[in-house]
Design a protein around this ligand. Structure first.
Ligand SMILES: Nc1ccn([C@@H]2O[C@H](COP(=O)(O)OP(=O)(O)OP(=O)(O)O)[C@@H](O)[C@H]2O)c(=O)n1
Ligand SMILES: O=P(O)(O)OC[C@@H](O)[C@@H](O)[C@@H](O)CO
Length: 418
């Protein structure tokens, strides 16, 4: 559902979310706090915001950032068209940031306008980009019933306690314990009351919101088994892992576009067949016009990869028409789209030649299109002997999959040869 339209919250409760994003990311290193590190062209925080936006029954999304990042966050919201988002100033610790995020519903000193207090408030670290509606709904429903709820995951390592001499004192039976993850959710009044009663020690050294609800409101949170992708980006390896998962999510489907021309029909059939063993393929035979319903449906289905098979030496015109359709659809606003322009040379003597001018035209076109977050690559399929057609098409399919999976902006405008 598009952000902005309201759906029915689970159990009919009003729900809002607080995303703490005010940290400095010391453990990850680098000058940029991890929530603002760019992954596939977009800051990490934008993924968590988008995940909450997609949940239509979340009324307000509060992003809590450090004072020096307020403007950065507002720019991100503007650039990526995020809706229902309010930016609030964070504190020197995560608990203090979360508390500030909650205050915007209770005290109007923290925001230019007092937001409607929700019955249930979700708290979700902004550096946990992979959160789906299902787990959020389960946690919210459990919080409505129990007062508090949180996602948990099995421990990977055993928890041990060290003695003062630095040696093992004891270890915990791993099966009895779980890792506390996010999202968490609370009846607003419970978690707000808990934060109001917090000592400075709690606010400065605590790491667990569920504990605050228990300590100050005698509320035993309901624990909900979460999915493996709820992990938090903490170290550099986590950022690499997040990028890899996002690329994989973008590489699930490809649309192969060929025209009805006879010269293209064979490759236009063989190429999708060769790709089908590696990726979901939508093959359409059209001259891409702006209002072709099949192309529009494929784009609406969140397809981020397109292959355009042409028989012209430098088919920028056809590719430009697809770029126009993609740009109009806004699909590249949040994630880069891969567009591979396949040039077919099946002439007897391979007279088809791509000159320096063609290559520089393609590079120039690709550089311009990159500004629209569309990555254009060239691929030449040439063969003389019809018996080599299938082998050449298989090689082309392998190159197409490599370009889709890698989504490397440094290779835009280059011409690969199958
Ligand atoms: N003063 C703080 C500290 C942390 N957070 C947020 O709380 C979430 C989880 O905290 P953590 O992973 O510890 O983030 P950092 O504190 O930035 O990491 P580090 O401890 O490595 O500095 C992050 O989204 C972080 O931005 C926050 O809002 N305000
Ligand atoms: O301790 P950190 O600041 O790294 O991250 C906060 C985590 O402790 C927290 O997100 C979960 O344990 C759930 O409370």
């Amino acid at each position: 559902m598009e952000p902005g339209s309201r759906g029915a919250a689970p159990g009919g409760v009003s729900v809002s979310a607080v995303l703490p994003a005010g940290g400095s990311g010391e453990r990850l290193g680098g000058a940029t706090p991890k929530q603002f590190c760019v992954v596939q062209g977009r800051p990490l925080v934008s993924y968590a915001v988008r995940a909450m936006e997609r949940i239509s029954w979340i009324s307000d999304i509060i992003v809590v950032v450090s004072p020096e990042n307020i403007e950065t966050m507002k720019t991100i919201i503007e650039k990526y068209g995020h809706k229902r988002v309010t930016v609030v100033e964070g504190g020197i610790t995560r608990h203090r940031s979360i508390f500030n995020g909650l205050k915007v519903f209770a005290e109007n000193e923290f925001s230019s306008h007092l937001l409607q207090k929700p019955e249930v408030v979700i708290i979700h670290d902004a550096v946990r980009p992979f959160v789906e509606e299902d787990i959020v709904s389960k946690v919210v429903m459990a919080a409505k019933e129990h007062g508090a709820a949180g996602a948990i995951r099995p421990l990977v390592s055993t928890v041990i306690a060290s003695a003062t001499d630095g040696c093992l004192d004891h270890s915990l039976e791993r099966a009895r314990y779980r890792a506390s993850e996010m999202p968490q959710a609370f009846l607003f009044d419970i978690i707000y009351e808990a934060y109001q009663q917090c000592t400075d020690y709690d606010l400065d050294y605590g790491t667990e919101c569920l504990h605050l609800a228990l300590k100050y409101c005698k509320t035993n949170a309901k624990l909900i088994e979460g999915t493996a992708d709820l992990w938090k980006v903490t170290y550099k390896r986590d950022l690499y892992a997040a990028e890899s998962i996002i690329k994989d999510n973008l590489s699930q489907q490809v649309c192969v576009i060929t025209s009805e021309k006879e010269t293209l029909a064979q490759v236009g059939f063989l190429l999708p067949e060769s790709l089908k063993s590696q990726i979901k393929v939508e093959a359409i035979s059209i001259s891409p016009s702006k209002n072709d319903s099949r192309l529009q449906n494929i784009i609406s289905g969140q397809c981020y990869n397109f292959v355009c098979v042409n028989d012209k030496r430098c088919a920028i015109q056809e590719t430009q028409e697809i770029v126009d359709v993609l740009e109009k659809s806004n699909i590249a606003l949040l994630c880069p789209v891969v567009l591979i322009s396949v040039h077919l040379d099946i002439s007897e003597n391979n007279s088809f030649s791509i000159g320096v001018d063609d290559l520089s035209t393609m590079k120039k076109f690709a550089r311009e299109t990159k500004k629209k977050n569309i990555l254009v690559y060239g691929l030449l399929i040439q063969y003389k002997d019809p018996l080599l057609l299938q082998e050449t098409v298989n090689s082309a399919a392998a190159l197409i999959m490599a370009l889709i999976k890698d989504r490397n902006p440094e290779l835009i405008g280059q011409l690969l040869v199958a």
